[in-house]
Write a protein that binds this ligand. Structure first.
Ligand code: HAM
Length: 427
């Protein structure tokens, strides 16, 4: 029988990788917390309709990438491909909507898209993100960008550029859409099938095209900025002013359109020099003022971003190495096993990290393993120690050794640990 392996595009997060991913999310939560964002967790599956209505049935995400299944009672459910629609649903149906706006929320967790797996592209991936709900001030757009930017800076991530655009609103976007259609209509036969389909279903998406023929026609295509109505233009100017105040550099990118339908006005992405093009952004986001109504709730304007944690881990400098155990307890024979366990538990209750090596290997072998583990102290228990209820403690950095009563062991370990911090090695 061939062994069963994990589904394509998924990962087993082994301890080192999981620690790196958790750290990235924890730093994000801490930075977001310093801006007043509080963590929320929504279900991993939702009614399919939430994404069809919220994300939009012309988007690639909804048409091609959702993990959708009927449950046992025939309801159509979908593993969440993103978390903005779920957070808005949670806002709409909870007491959150009674709080003074904006309500600042952050999240981290798995998302699912049936995408072609590749570098930094998974079918189960993880996002860290924030949503600020209930307020339409453009300064809030800059605030969520600042959360993301400060987070990436704190992780030491260089080589990033912020791409900013406004895709207009219900007033001005139709004219832009028409202008795009007029521009490309005489050249339809030169376009690849994918771009023709984009023009049919959602013309703005053609700005995302990587096709060389389309690129040539794009050079003379109409630009979003020229079509913005006064309120959209004013909103973009306010976002820019606030970004200056945050001292966040950005590039205005009139071709930046996002793959989800709920955006209005501000859209943004952060690109990294090692990732290629808009499809491989580190994070993306924008304003989505009509989304709550699309989901059947009272109006709740909002803005947010989400970043792929895997992509951030791939590009950020590694975090600190995992801390080794402070003490390894090595026992010589079976007869001292219970004393070894008793000692280890006492040390742990005193707040120390302890690895207990009570197997049948020789004491010498155990000592060697303890040295390799990077532990600070080895606690040795043999027959002599058992009789005297004492333990021999060896400080590995200096080789010094003392025999103390079991009850005194943690105080001795702490004295050595303190001496190491203040540089008094050898005392
Ligand atoms: P999105 O651009 O679809 O936006 O995804 C955000 C980020 O998730 C991407 O920039 C990327 O880093 C990561 N990502 C997306 N797909 C994959 C994948 N298959 N594998 C690995 N990482 C991936 C959203 O999801 C919006 N909900 C963002 C938002 C929040 N807008 C407003 N608020």
């Amino acid at each position: 029988m061939s062994p069963i392996s994990r589904p394509r595009g998924t990962e087993d997060l082994l301890p080192d990788r999981l620690a790196a991913m958790n750290r990235v999310a924890e730093v994000g939560m801490r930075v977001a917390g310093s801006f007043g964002y509080r963590e929320i967790a929504t279900p991993i599956f939702e009614a399919t309709e939430l994404f069809v209505r919220g994300v939009g049935d012309t988007t690639d995400v909804v048409r091609r990438e959702m993990y959708t299944f009927p449950d046992r009672s025939g309801r159509s459910l979908t593993l969440r491909p993103e978390n903005t629609a779920p957070v808005l649903r949670a806002f709409g149906e909870s007491s959150l909507r009674e709080l003074p706006p904006p309500v600042r929320l952050s999240y981290a967790g798995p998302m699912f898209r049936y995408d072609r797996p590749g570098r930094g592209r998974y079918r189960q991936f993880h996002q860290f993100g924030v949503e600020a709900v209930g307020d339409s001030d453009p300064e809030l757009d800059a605030e969520v960008i600042a959360v993301a930017w400060d987070w990436l800076c704190e992780l030491g991530l260089g080589g990033i550029t912020l791409q900013l655009n406004s895709i207009g609103d219900a007033q001005c976007r139709p004219a832009f859409r028409e202008a795009l259609l007029d521009h490309f209509a005489p050249h339809l036969e030169r376009l690849p099938e994918l771009d023709r389909e984009r023009l049919r279903r959602n013309p703005l998406r053609i700005l995302d095209s990587k096709d060389p023929e389309t690129e040539v026609l794009m050079a003379t295509a109409p630009r979003t900025q020229a079509f913005l109505c006064d309120p959209c233009r004013e909103a973009l100017a306010r976002v820019e002013r606030a970004l200056h105040a945050y001292q966040i550099p950005y590039q205005l990118n009139p071709r930046l359109v996002r793959g989800l339908d709920y955006y209005i006005r501000t859209t943004f992405e952060v690109w990294h020099e090692d990732l290629q093009g808009a499809q491989n952004a580190l994070f993306g986001g924008g304003r989505y003022d009509g989304l709550a109504e699309l989901l059947g709730y009272p109006a709740a304007p909002g803005v947010g971003f989400a970043a792929g944690i895997e992509r951030v881990v791939m590009l950020a400098p590694p975090g600190p190495a995992p801390a080794p155990p402070q003490v390894v307890v090595c026992s010589a024979q079976d007869t001292v096993t219970s004393l070894a366990i008793d000692l280890a538990q006492r040390l742990r209750r005193d707040g120390l990290g302890v690895l207990c090596d009570v197997g049948r290997r020789s004491l010498k072998g155990k000592m060697r393993a303890a040295e390799r583990s990077g532990a600070g102290v080895v606690a040795i228990l043999g027959e002599d120690e058992l009789k005297a209820r004492r333990v021999s403690l060896r400080r590995l950095s200096t080789g010094e050794q003392v025999a103390v009563r079991v009850e005194e062991a943690s105080a001795q370990v702490r004295t050595w640990a303190k001496a190491s911090v203040t540089g008094e090695v050898g005392q």
